[in-house]
Each structure stands twice: as C-alpha cells, then as structure tokens.
Design a protein around this ligand. Sequence first.
Ligand code: IMP
Length: 424
Amino acid sequence: MPATVIVGAQWGDEGKGKIVDLLAQDSDVVCRYQGGPNAGHTIVVGDETYKIRALPSGIVRGKPCVIGNGCVVDLEVLIGELDEFESRGQDTSKVYLSGNAHLIMPWHLAIDQASERRLGKLAIGTTRRGIGPCYADKAMRLGIRVQDILDPKILRQKIEVALAEKNLWLVRVYESEPFDLETIAAQYESYAQRVRPYVTDTSLYVDQVLRDGKVVLFEGAQATLLDLDHGTYPFVTSSNPVAPNAATGVGIGANRIDRVIGVAKAYVTRVGEGPFPSEIQGADQDRMRELGHEYGTVTGRSRRCGWLDLVALRYAVRVNGIDQLALTKLDVLSHFSELPVCVSYRLRNDVETRDFPAHQSDFHAARPVYETLPGWEEPLDACASVDDLPASARRYVELVERELGVEVTLIGTGAERTSVLTRA
Ligand code: IMP
C-alpha cells in the first residue's frame, strides 16, 4: 500500500508514534499533515527515549520526513529538536518543511495562555502552545508562513502588521506585556538562517515520491474526537486530524490515499476538559493512570482514564474511513479482573443508541451501556503472536472487531518498539 494514513481514533495519546515507528521500517517517507507542538510522541528504542513534538516520528528511523502545509510550526521547538537529533548523531538533512505551513509566533503563545486564564472554569484545557490563535490567524489571513522568513524585508513587514494588532489586544484586553518589533524581527532572522535549508515545496515532493511508487506514511497528530469539525467541540484542537485531511494538509489529491489505519488504546484517555461517557469512576481511575503511565508528554498533565468506548470508535471508523485498527496498550488491562466495554449509550429519553450522538447535549448526557468481559490477569510479555494471547484477551479483541466491522491488525503489548503483535 503506497499511501497509508495513521490516525488517532479517540482523544489522542493512543500510541500513534509507536505504530508509525513500526510501519516506518517499511516506508520511504513519513509526513505530518496538521497540528504542531501540541502533539507529543514518545518512542522507546532500547535504552533511549525520544520525545518529539514538531518532527514526524519517522525521524527516529532516519526516514525522510515532511512537515506539511497543514501544520503549524513553532520554530524555537523545531530548531531545538533538530539540534537535539543532530547531537544524538541522527541525520536531519531529509527533513522537508512546507513553505506554506504557518508559524506559531510568540504572541500566539501569549494569547493562548491569557485566553485560557480568562476563561477560568470554562477553559478548553489547551496545551497552551499557541495552536488555536495560530490557526485563527491563518483563517483571518493574518498569519505568517514559513516562506515569509526567507525574505527579511517581508518578514519584518509581516511582524510589524501583526504586532500593531496583537499588542493592542495583549495590552488592552489581556493586560499582558506587548512584544517588541526589533527583538522579534532579530530572533526570527536568526531562526531563518537555521531552517532555510529545510524549506521545500512539499506538495510537489510528496506527489513525486508517490509517482515513483514509494511507500508514504501520513501521521496524524491529536485525534478524531479532537477534530475541529468532527470532535467534541469546543473541547477540540484547532485543526482537522481526521484522515481525509491528510490529502489537504500535504497537498495531494484525496484519491491518492490507499489505506487508513486507526489507532486506539485498549481503553480510553482524555486530557483537558469535556464530556467523557466511559470515564472510570472510583479507585480504578487512578489505578489505570498509574499502570498506563497516563501523563501528558507535552504538559505532564494527568490524563483522565475510561473503559473502551465502542460507540466513539464506531464513529471514528465512519469519519476517517478506517480500514484497519491498531489496538495499543492491551497489556495495561492485564491487571483488571473484569473489563467493562461500552457498546452503546443511553440518552436522556432512555433511548439506547450505538451511534455517536450528533447533538452536543445528547453526548453530554449520554450514559455508557457496558458489556463486561472477564479479564485475563496475566502478563502479555511472552506473547510472540496473536495466537499466544490468553483466550480472554482474544475475546476482547474479537468483540472490538465484531462491533466495529474492522479488523484489528496490530496489538500493542508493552512500551518497547518490539512489543507489537502483527496480523496480516
Ligand atoms: P490545543 O490543541 O493546544 O489547542 O488544545 C485543545 C485540546 O486538544 C485540549 O483538550 C488538549 O488537551 C487537546 N490536545 C491537543 N493536543 C493533544 C495531544 O497530542 N494529545 C491529547 N490531547 C491533545
């Protein structure tokens, strides 16, 4: 399959980085198509742990990596990662950065932070990395793009225009400090020197590698339920993680995508605010968090934990066109004697539904209907294939396949990059 999209099927942190890392072995190029340093991928290779926010996870495999036009880029973060990878002996010469990607500027960070503070109890719980304000400026046509840094005159002019408005906003509305034009212009001119060699027409590049019959992975950041259009708005990110956006976010036709692999944890986690029907109540919530090390890669925040939600996953299969599923962290469930799985929701009028509610109030009020499966209560470390899994673990996977009508082709059984069972 030349073009495969890897998409998070829940609220993020499903372990996409690990699946991309695995599939990248047999791929030629890895592309990111949306999001920015709000994403955090942890990849464990032997004794080394890589935490990446800006670069596609394929970098760990030494593959050519594309940061597509649909991404937002914080140059300070990107340069930090490039420096770190180089200092660890990795080659970064095959990083291709779209000139059309938008830059997260210092005022975007300041506005994200100030606006969350101001919202108080109504805060979205963003990663405070400036993502929303940056995408908002893109839509407002006020944004500064990667290509703008190639010309110091244009860059300075764009910063000046943006600051004229942003400083007013920061000082008058948020009672924050204004930014100084000279300081920012000098800082970005120096960033420009560092990233200039990476700036590429990435649409042309990806089109060419696909024409050459190469294998390309498209790596989504965040996930389906955080999608600006299809997620649990307003508790979402400001871009479209869903698989169809891989084409737009990189600049190829929709018909070039051959396969969509959804990645779901064997349970569910969520960071930030918003409704979460299968959220675990009581002591198992903390137990699951500790067993699964459920703390944010970017913010270190505790993740909320829940039982597997097949209503939400059924929806993810629909809006992404998921062909196959990767089920990660199955080993974390080894510690539970009983495993509730949410198969439908009960709505306010007592109607039971297997479909994800289209109206936010229905979703807010939805109560989970569980089918409880017996746990397997034994470690999965020794399993070399799906057939080695304990019978109860196989039943768990089969329930997912039956309910979703999608095959589970990859199963995560531990943190190591080798702990993934594959099924053809
Ligand atoms: P933003 O993307 O920083 O604007 O945050 C919007 C929402 O998306 C918040 O609920 C964040 O916690 C969530 N979010 C953003 N990136 C990630 C991620 O990589 N994993 C999980 N949640 C995320």
